[in-house]
Design a protein around this ligand. Structure first.
Ligand SMILES: C[S@@+](CC[C@H](N)C(=O)[O-])C[C@H]1O[C@@H](n2cnc3c(N)ncnc32)[C@H](O)[C@@H]1O
Length: 279
């Protein structure tokens, strides 16, 4: 007979070598397998587990110990206060991408007549869906090369009831786009190819979402060369960048848009994570 409290204690111990927050991950996993909330699991920690529940928990715990990401096990990840469905076909939304959403929302609120936006490399749809959720008259184009990613993004848009305002497009960056956009957002792959082999993230998340080419800026460079013909006058471009590439990203922006105001913004950790280009 194993109680929830006993299982949580041993799971926390076993996850302590691999997880950033072992107690939290153990609770989230238990809540997921029991199909209850995390507060329920904590409040009922004296209840005992059935044999089939223990077996299922053991399989999931072994996967977590081997580095499989918890959001792929639960199928969920929170982003900007909303819950998103995820699968191994999409990148798990990251807190650092919330900086891009914050700046996009601030700009849209300051420019109420500018309501045509795009999210290129939409993945789970976390950027497009969050912007549509917060700006009720915004229309969006959400682009990805991956059909599987677009399916997940569509599910997320349905869940947050913004599907009618998002047009989905399977395309290589902006090659199939002829809109005049007010706001162009993108969190494109930006990890230099030679760094990928050493990173844990590449073991489970799609390479298509990570590989930014030789210097990490290949896709951003192509997007910027395509962007000019897809922008309305005085449009804003917001691009997430790798923390190690602010100078080269800024130089690229100034080459592609010499008359624009380009800047790099830091996140809460003080890292340069965002490039803005006000054309
Ligand atoms: C870093 S992920 C970002 C996903 C999501 N926007 C987020 O912030 O979590 C990059 C996304 O770009 C897509 N992608 C990669 N190359 C692309 C291309 N050439 N054209 C369009 N999308 C591309 C990938 O499939 C992936 O979904």
């Amino acid at each position: 007979m194993t109680s929830l409290a006993e299982w949580l204690a041993q799971a926390r111990q076993r996850l302590s070598h691999t997880a950033d927050q072992p107690a939290l991950e153990a609770q989230v996993l238990l809540a997921h397998v029991l199909q209850k909330s995390r507060p329920w699991v904590i409040a009922h920690s004296d209840q005992t587990l059935e044999a089939d529940q223990i077996n299922l928990l053991e399989t999931s715990l072994c996967a977590l110990q081997a580095g499989f990401p918890l959001p792929y096990l639960t199928g969920r990840q929170e982003f900007f206060g909303l819950e998103f469905a995820v699968s191994p076909q999409v990148l798990i939304p990251r807190p650092e991408t919330e900086l891009l959403v914050e700046l996009a929302l601030a700009w849209l609120r300051a420019h109420p007549a500018r309501r045509r936006a795009a999210d290129v490399g939409t993945g789970s749809g976390c950027i497009a869906v969050t912007l549509a959720h917060h700006i009720p008259d915004l229309s969006l184009l959400a682009v990805d090369r991956s059909a599987a990613a677009l399916n997940i993004a569509r599910q997320n848009a349905q869940r947050w009831q913004v599907s009618e305002r998002i047009h989905w497009l399977q395309s290589d960056l902006l090659s199939a786009v002829s809109d005049r956009l007010d706001l162009l957002c993108a969190n494109l792959p930006y990890i230099p190819t030679h760094k990928l082999a050493d990173l844990r993230v590449t073991q489970h998340e799609p390479r298509l979402a990570l590989d930014g080419g030789a210097d990490g800026l290949d896709l951003i460079h192509t997007l910027l060369t395509q962007a000019a013909r897809c922008l309305a006058p005085a449009a804003l471009i917001l691009l997430e960048i790798e923390a190690e590439q602010p100078e080269s990203a800024l130089a690229l922006a100034r080459r592609c848009f010499p008359l624009a105001q380009s800047a790099v913004h830091t996140d809460l950790a003080g890292l340069p994570r965002l490039l803005s280009i006000q054309t």
